[in-house]
Design a protein around this ligand. Structure first.
Ligand SMILES: *Cc1c(COP(=O)(O)O)cnc(C)c1O
Length: 240
């Protein structure tokens, strides 16, 4: 006779359960650092995941989604399961200038602007379409060659130029932390300082409000250091 205890059956958590769990962790991290739970937005990172999986997350109340690749993003937006939903899409992957025209007007925010020339290109398309595009500047805070983004000592000069561009709204900064926890913590701290310095330089400081940092492995640290947007994939949708 086969005896099975229900405690031994492996039951993978559903997307809905994962989301509930993550939201709870975000709330706890906010509480631990004396912040309001509403001060942190959760972006569900759905790269390589199917329209069905995104739909499930949407049914569980998730509205903000992040995609890395323009082609994949546009395909998902047009997917019959998703095109009518009120999803707020964020582009969180590297953007090549020649793809810029495809995303202007299609996403709520482009988080990965990493050069003044890309900002200018986006501003030109935005002007043609009478749009204002919210953007973040990506900072290569870890200094790894493999990563995109402005060097920390280049950001201020770039931001001064980009603040002047009409049709773009520079809303804040974004980074990817190092895999090593203590290093990531120091990087998030440095990002927060950089963020505060640029806020003082902004012609409209009340709109310079977003610090996008923290992923599945380090979002609690990022929240402790001041993240206002966390971008979480694996802990919601499973391994890629
Ligand atoms: C893939 C990705 C994430 C999500 O990473 P997880 O470790 O799966 O949570 C967040 N931000 C960016 C820029 C990514 O490319």
């Amino acid at each position: 006779m086969l005896v099975m205890s229900k405690f031994c059956i492996f039951a993978p958590m559903s997307i809905k359960e994962n989301l509930q769990h993550i939201r709870q962790k975000i709330q706890q991290a906010c509480q631990a650092s004396g912040r309001a739970a509403e001060s942190v937005k959760l972006i569900a990172v759905s790269k390589t995941k199917s329209a069905e999986q995104i739909w499930k997350a949407y049914q569980a109340g998730q509205r903000l989604f992040g995609e890395n690749y323009v082609q994949e993003l546009l395909q998902k937006q047009a997917h019959p399961l998703l095109h009518h939903l009120e999803i707020e899409w964020h582009l969180i992957g590297h953007l090549q200038s020649n793809k810029a025209k495809h995303v202007v007007g299609k996403v709520a925010m482009i988080q990965t602007v990493d050069s003044v020339s890309l900002a200018q290109t986006l501003a030109n398309y935005a002007a043609k379409r009478a749009r204002c595009v919210p953007i973040l500047l990506e900072v290569n805070i870890s200094g790894e060659n493999s990563k995109h983004g402005f060097k920390p000592d280049e950001v201020e000069e770039a931001a001064k130029n980009i603040f002047q561009l009409r049709n773009l709204e520079l809303r804040g900064l974004m980074c990817i932390g190092s895999p090593q926890a203590p290093k990531a913590k120091a990087e998030f701290k440095a990002m927060k300082q950089l963020f505060e310095r640029l806020k003082c330089l902004s012609p409209q400081p009340e709109t310079f409000t977003e610090l996008s940092m923290g992923m599945s492995g380090d979002f609690e640290t990022a929240i402790a250091e001041g993240a206002t947007i966390v971008r979480i994939g694996t802990a919601i949708f499973g391994e890629r």
